[in-house]
Design a protein around this ligand. Structure first.
Ligand code: 12T
Length: 330
């Protein structure tokens, strides 16, 4: 792209939307014109960006009549289903943060450190993966390249910020002794809830199936065996994941540590003598994926265990989407 792009942020007033603004500002993303859009409820609100004030426009059928090159969508699945195709038909490239388009065969599902080339076959919509999947992919890709993944077991410990402001409020109130249940079917303070999103007919939650399906699509390897248990924990920000891996090929554990430390987007924190490992509170506000507790799984032939932590609203949503937009304007 020769000239600076016109950018739209759709769902600008939500938790991910406001993080889009922060990340665009921090990374000095180039643009000619910038538009903020949201549902009628939020239209008319004022937002400030790089010292300038913008009025949020109502998202409607005519929002993309004006020339827009890239639209960052985080307005929920229903809005994405309806408006992403309208934007694409107007020549906009949509980077969509909802789960609506992720498994569509016409839509690339992209983590820039992992499968940047998939952007090339987009037809106007590129999907941002699920937050829990993104951080796992950054850690798994370099290991798959070297040792060929055979099986993956995910166990997640997910922050309430994934449920937006309602989740954060439930935990805040819960810590004061008020068992508010706006975001979850049970109190989250003092609990671990083995349910994220709705249950499906097969007994898994939708979040668990997202992690399984998206892993296959992003790594381009449907043959990897994947299972997941996803759990909401009373943590405000950043998802933590215990990941058990089995490889086809043998390895030395020191080699695994070196590969992870050299991989793009990863910071290894693994100094057990000093109790140093990735922590949710340390990952919050950061863009990297933090990996630690790297150790052999002695119960199988070529297995390891990892502890992987990242800010679910930044790398798990806004930062990943902005990185995709950066690839688009390269
Ligand atoms: N928006 O941690 O987009 O509540 O698939 C999990 C998944 C939030 C969460 C998704 C999300 C969560 C998604």
């Amino acid at each position: 792209m020769n000239k600076k792009p016109n950018i739209a942020v759709v769902g600008a007033t939500g938790l991910v939307g406001s993080t889009f603004l922060k990340v665009l500002e921090e990374r000095d993303f180039p643009f000619e014109n910038l538009y903020f859009m949201a549902s009628a409820k939020s239209a008319g609100k004022k937002l400030s960006f790089r010292g300038k004030e913008y009025v949020v426009e109502e998202l409607n059928e005519h929002s993309f009549d004006k020339p827009i090159d890239i639209a960052l969508f985080s307005a929920g699945g229903t809005a994405s289903e309806k408006y992403a195709p309208i934007a694409a038909a107007h020549g906009v490239t949509v980077v969509d943060n909802s789960s609506a388009w992720r498994m569509d065969k016409e839509v690339p599902l992209v983590v820039p450190e992992v499968n940047p080339d998939d952007i090339s076959w987009n037809k106007g919509i590129i999907a941002n993966p699920n937050c829990s999947t993104i951080q796992a992919m950054v850690a798994l890709k370099p290991l798959d390249e070297h040792f060929k993944l055979k099986r993956v077991i995910y166990s997640t410990y997910q922050a309430v910020s994934g449920s937006g402001l309602k989740g954060i409020n439930d935990l805040k109130e819960g810590l004061k002794g008020n068992d508010v249940k706006q975001a979850y079917p049970h109190p989250i303070a003092g609990n671990c809830l083995p349910q994220i999103d709705v249950f499906l007919e097969n007994g898994y939650t939708k979040e668990e199936m997202k992690m399984i399906d998206e892993t296959h699509k992003i790594l381009g390897r449907d043959d990897i065996k994947v299972t997941a248990t996803t759990v909401r924990v009373p943590v405000f920000e950043s998802h933590s994941e215990s990941i058990n891996l089995e490889f086809e090929k043998p390895f030395e554990i020191e080699e695994v540590k070196k590969i992870l430390a050299a991989a793009p987007g990863i910071v290894v924190i693994d100094d057990i003598e000093n109790s140093q490992y990735p922590l949710a509170r340390d990952a919050s506000g950061k863009d990297e994926v933090f990996v630690g507790r790297i150790r052999r799984d002695f119960s199988v032939e070529n297995g390891i265990n990892l502890w992987v932590v990242a800010d679910n609203i930044r790398k798990g949503a806004a930062t990943n989407a902005v990185q995709i937009a950066e690839l688009l304007i390269k």
